[in-house]
Ligand binder design. Structure first.
Ligand code: 1PR
Length: 527
């Protein structure tokens, strides 16, 4: 029996699913006695250091947790569960941590996108049973803006390089804790969980000792999901956002099955977009929640879900905050949520008033779950202009001239799945959302969507150069070369595709094999 400390923030479902996939039962802590009587304790912290410690204090969990950690029973901390062990954190400077490991949690201060999101390697500094069965060159999934720092070298199990060399896991007697997420790291991560769960079997040094680790460019599979006219939830795909063919919604497969296939094939991340979510209230969309629950049972890479994330008042007048909607998605197995239409409205309001209200969906979710959990999905469309003069938007000079030979364009934001154009450009939207606490941009392009003609490199460069958070390039992938192009001609951290994967024109292994000697990716043999 594994005991899991859930203090009520973030996606503990994926940790439970990963442990259960190993044939173990999980008991979720519901009171102090559960901590004191635990035999093996996992603490998968997610979100904000300050709110985590406040909840642990409010629930009177701090002392029992310290007692447990000082006993000889095994403990595995994940992400914030690692940070909690330290004295304090830049994320909440006035809050005390558990203080069992000497040192602090620092905000990344580097010349790279922060949060550090994606698959990176580990330099193993000590032999540990936790790595049995690994080669040592596998990559693991990280998502964090803060890292731990200690002067006690004896506790450092691994380090990872990202702008600097930081401690990516520690081990001190019975205590092991990782910055990366084993439960989201495919087979390699599941092996670590297995080693933690199964006692004994000695310690073996991995074969590889890496000199420097590198963050992989991510290949993301996207599933646009909606009900077809018969009421079945299907994966569909549009051409420039038009998902109907001869009047019917295109049906490219079942969401759970497709997600599973992409996981097996080596997708680094899976995105579900509930493309009609803006019409309905997501919490009433039981089949969509079910898709997430089913998928997260055996898909151990990050899952993002978008569609309809906003404040909502139901027919009876009950108000739901965006946080409640997001929380339900996290509880169903999502690791990140993506906000489309609402982000545009929030940015417009911010630009009108110049004030952060603290109440927008971006701010609320970012505050509780951390910036890395908030992805902004942008659906822009090109608007050509003859000159940048008198245009109040951020305009770029384009190599791809307009129909009348225009040499300039701006990218108009849209809402409601491209149905409504707004008086806001995509670059400004991205900048405002970053200011409000978003952690990543999913950059679609209506002109390119479903065309197989390659990514809009100019759009991606314009947005990427305007923000410091990671960008997922999306729309237009038609062949393996397009992935190479987007990774070499832009600084985008990830490339997303939908149509070519669904129609089996190009597979994820083909993309990764093509990129293998050209661009850093997560190896297929990792999986
Ligand atoms: O506005 O918060 O309710 O979220 C709705 C979400 O649904 C948004 O993220 C929006 O992008 C998405 N969406 C709405 N309508 C459509 C549609 O297609 N009619 N899909 C839609 C957007 C775009 C991509 C697509 C890539 C790659 N899909 O995600 O997967 O363009 O496609 P390709 O590789 O085939 O070119 P809200």
């Amino acid at each position: 029996m594994i005991t899991l400390l859930d203090y009520g923030a973030g996606n503990v479902r994926s940790v439970i699913n990963a442990i259960e996939s190993l044939g173990q039962k999980v008991k979720v802590v519901s009171d102090v006695d559960d901590i004191l009587s635990a035999e093996r304790l996992v603490f998968p912290g997610v979100g904000n250091f300050g709110s985590m410690m406040r909840i642990l204090n409010d629930k009177n969990y701090v002392d029992p947790l310290k007692d447990y950690l000082l006993s000889d029973r095994p403990f595995l901390g994940i992400c914030l569960g690692l940070h909690a062990l330290f004295e304090k954190s830049d994320e909440a400077p006035d809050t005390k941590g558990l203080g069992l490991i000497s040192g602090y949690v620092k905000k990344f201060n580097i010349d790279r996108s922060v949060p550090h999101i994606g698959w990176n390697g580990i330099n193993i500094k000590k032999v540990s049973r936790i790595f049995n069965g690994l080669r040592g060159d596998e990559k693991f999934y990280f998502v964090h803006s803060f890292h731990v720092e200690t002067e006690d070298d004896s506790v450092v199990l691994t380090t990872t390089d990202y702008g600097l060399e930081f401690v990516s896991s520690i081990q001190k007697a019975n205590i092991t804790a990782t910055q990366f997420h084993p439960e989201k790291s495919g087979d390699a991560g599941i092996k670590i969980l297995k080693n933690f769960i199964e006692p004994g079997n000695g310690e073996k040094a991995p074969a590889y000792v890496l000199k420097k680790t590198r963050l992989a460019k991510r290949i993301v599979a996207c599933l646009d999901v909606r009900s077809n006219d018969q009421g079945d939830l299907v994966v569909t795909k549009g051409d420039q956002y038009d998902v109907r063919e001869n009047g019917d919604v295109r049906n490219l497969g079942k969401p759970v099955e497709l997600a599973r296939r992409y996981y097996k094939e080596g997708a680094d991340e899976i995105v579900f977009l509930n493309i009609t979510g803006f019409r309905n209230f997501p919490l009433e969309d039981i089949p969509m929640m079910d898709v997430l629950k089913q998928t997260s049972k055996n898909v151990f890479v990050p899952l993002t879900i978008g569609g309809g994330i906003r404040n909502y008042t139901d027919k009876s007048g009950r108000e739901y905050t965006t946080l409640e909607v997001a929380t339900e998605y996290f509880r169903s197995g999502a690791d990140k949520i993506s906000i489309g239409s609402d982000a545009v409205l929030i940015a417009e309001e911010y630009l009108r008033t110049g004030e952060k209200t603290g109440n927008s969906s971006i701010e609320q979710i970012s505050k509780v779950y951390g910036a890395q959990a908030v992805v902004i999905s942008i659906d822009p469309r090109r608007v050509y202009v003859t000159s940048p003069d008198k245009i109040k938007h951020q305009v770029i000079k384009t190599e791809k001239k307009g129909p009348l030979g225009e040499e300039y364009c701006w990218y108009q934001c849209t809402i409601k799945g491209g149905r409504e154009g707004r008086d806001l450009d995509a670059i400004t939207l991205a900048q405002v959302c970053e200011k409000l606490g978003a952690g990543e941009i999913l950059l679609n392009c209506i002109d390119k969507d479903g065309t197989d003609s390659g990514y809009d490199i100019e759009l991606i460069n314009a947005v990427k150069n305007a923000v410091t958070i990671p960008v997922i390039a999306s729309s237009g992938a038609g062949c393996v070369e397009h992935f190479y192009e987007v990774f070499t001609e832009t600084e985008a951290e990830s490339a997303l595709a939908a149509g070519i994967f669904h129609r089996k024109e190009v597979s994820i292994p083909e993309v990764k094999n093509y990129l293998s000697d050209k661009v850093e990716t997560r190896l297929l043999k990792n999986n």
